[in-house]
Design a protein around this ligand. Sequence first.
Ligand SMILES: [Zn+2]
Ligand SMILES: [Zn+2]
Length: 308
Amino acid sequence: MPTNCFTAPGKFYRGNLHTHSTRSDGQLEPREVCRRYQAEGYDFIALTDHFVGLFDYPITDTAAFRNEHFTTILGAELHTGAMENGHLWHLLAFGLPVDFPPPDAPNFRPVKGSESAADIAHRARDAGAFVAIAHPHWSGLTEADARSITAAHAVEVYNHGCAVDNDRGEGFLTLEHLLNEGRHLNLIATDDAHFNTPDFFGGWVKVKARENTPEALLEALKAGAFYSSTGPDIHDIRISKTHIEVDCTAATTILVQGHGSPMAALRGEAMTTGRLSLERLANSPWVRITVIDRAGKRAWSNPFWVED
Ligand SMILES: [Zn+2]
Ligand SMILES: [Zn+2]
């Protein structure tokens, strides 16, 4: 059962978990990426440069850009092996050691016989990382591809760069297929910022942690103590056997989704609280909540699993 971030102790910290710098194919130096995110009001980021030989397998060390109000989680976008469509895998890992051994991934083409994505995901998780399946739609991920990453903690359901650059930014269907197979996965919204298009400040996580340190944030991420957003804030979610109550910033729609098509919806003008019946979702082993504001921006809870 993931930790309910709304009842967990601590404070919410806003972070972007997917970013590139000049250490791979991003436009800005690591220092400038950190400066811009802090100036925009973020509490932390993870620089996730492409972990390929072309860029000398970078795990960009951003420790020098931490300060009293801003921190960084070391990470990378991992690449190895081919998906069913023949293209190279993309996975995200946060909390990697700087000496994480590279796979055989010289560039963005898969190498025959190299380590599988499933294996590197396990290796990253064993090394202490939080692992996420990146941009399923843009990758062209099949259900079998997604199913193979058994070490994943989360699916990237919103990638702002993909949304802006190619309109393939979402991964909810991949997430829900896995939830319906009983996989207890969480979801993340990210930027995948390279700063060569308006691919920044569009998707983030709000992590409930005891302090704004990489260790506390990672622990909270692994516990599922966070939600994701492209705009609205979710202040509280209270779940009983029959109802869900949601407190949030002004919303026009509050939705509860679950297994299959049954759902619950509440619509209004500027709702800051809502109460939804779970009657139609009584048979779903999981439910998740979506909050939409007047501008169409959305926030998403992690799935809540119904205890039996
Ligand atoms: Zn990618
Ligand atoms: Zn990326």
